[in-house]
Ligand binder design. Structure first.
Ligand code: 5GP
Ligand code: MN
Length: 373
């Protein structure tokens, strides 16, 4: 059902509730209908964790440290109950994530459809982590939509497509999806199952999504989580090395090139734009994940409120947005570039050429002048 259809049905149900409130039966039917359309709270799966199932865990395309970390933490956690668990990624991921415990067992849907479909076909539970609408899985979208198994959402982005899931939790206030998996493990009374493997996966996602504990989403609970992981054997320096000191020379040279030659600063809008043509990607042998983190550098310029990076990928122009303070990146990405995400970090896309999409961005800046002061 599309969102529109769902909204219409909600409106109809609401209308019925008002007009036939004298009929208890009708009212009850409406409530039952409404409840059946919304995902049930994640807590309702806690008693079911001990019943063995075939489980597939999936995440968004080009998974980053939080997506991969939360998927693998969940993988190691569920395996302890005896479930058959498979992690399926819609696409490939950055090579420098391969150190994560269990990463070698992850199936890439794009390059191994047969094995991925085998797991999906027999899945009784499908966990969807770090995304909240199926189209974030690109070529896997239709496959996930048609699956009849129980679908469970754990996510921290805004505006979840809740009607697509049976159970779940969506909390845009959380620092990372890894924090949400940690909450699930501890709240379900299984904190003692957190071993070094799970701790490393969770810590990696928390570090990545909080910008190393820098963003406002880093609550006291996040620091308590880290203390708990430390007490369970986490070697945080090892994870830090894997995440930040684990690249090839070309990545650093590419970053230098881009900051020197592709960065434009628009002081009138307190905005930085980096537009990267395909030729740069080819020249510096840029691979999946090599452009991650680029969007953070210009945030160090005094007074900058918005940073936008657009990369000329084969199939689309892909945007990353980061803001400081009260500029809503999620709204901006949704309004102008078919995207979304969080208040201070979002992404989007465009089918236009790099030149046209940059022009549209500049027009959007004009429209947002007052919000960018
Ligand atoms: P990044 O810039 O790191 O790729 O993404 C920033 C945030 O926005 C992440 O939480 C990511 O999941 C989300 N995001 C990135 N691209 C898109 C998109 O095209 N659509 C939506 N809805 N979210 C996106
Ligand atoms: Mn995340």
């Amino acid at each position: 059902m599309t969102n529109n259809m769902f909204d219409q049905q909600l409106a109809t149900a609401d209308y019925r509730l008002q007009t036939v409130s004298d009929s208890r039966l009708n009212t009850l039917a409406c409530f039952t209908y409404l409840r059946s359309r919304f995902m049930k709270p994640i807590q309702e799966i806690y008693p079911l964790l001990s019943q063995m199932r075939k489980v597939v865990i999936t995440t968004h395309q080009k998974p980053d440290a939080d997506a991969m970390g939360s998927s693998l933490a969940m993988f190691h956690f569920l395996k302890q109950f005896g479930h058959t668990v498979t992690v399926v990624s819609p696409t490939n991921w950055a090579k420098w994530l391969d150190w994560m415990p269990g990463c070698k067992e992850v199936i890439d849907f794009d390059t191994n459809k047969e094995k991925a479909n085998e797991a999906l076909n027999s899945a009784e539970w499908l966990f969807c982590l770090d995304f909240n609408i199926f189209h974030r899985t690109k070529t896997m979208t239709e496959r996930l939509k048609e699956l009849k198994c129980t679908k469970i959402l754990i996510d921290h982005h805004q505006e979840p497509d809740s009607v697509s899931f049976d159970y779940g939790i969506s909390d845009a206030g959380k620092s990372s999806n890894c924090e949400m998996v940690y909450d699930l493990i501890t709240e379900s009374g299984n904190g003692d199952r957190i071993n070094e493997e799970i701790a490393e996966c969770i810590y990696a996602g928390v570090v990545a999504d909080t910008g190393s504990f820098r963003f406002p989403s880093t609550t006291s609970k996040v620091h308590c989580l880290v203390a708990d992981l430390k007490s369970k054997g986490l070697q945080h320096s090892k994870v830090h090395d894997h995440l930040f000191d684990n690249f090839l020379e070309n990545r650093l040279r590419f970053t230098g090139h881009v900051l020197l030659h592709r960065m434009q600063v628009f002081y009138e809008y307190n905005t930085v734009l980096i537009a990267i043509p395909k030729s740069d990607l080819l020249k510096y042998y840029v691979k999946t994940g090599d452009t991650e983190g680029l969007v953070n550098y210009p945030q160090s310029i005094q007074g900058i409120k918005l940073v936008a990076v657009v990369i000329d990928r084969d199939e689309e122009r892909k945007w990353s947005f980061r803001s400081k303070g009260d500029f809503d990146c999620n709204r901006f990405a949704r309004k102008y570039f078919e995207g979304g995400g969080h208040f201070n970090a979002s992404g989007g896309r465009s089918s236009d050429s790099l030149e046209v999409t940059v022009r549209k961005f500049k027009e959007a800046l004009k429209e947002n002048t007052s919000l960018l002061q």
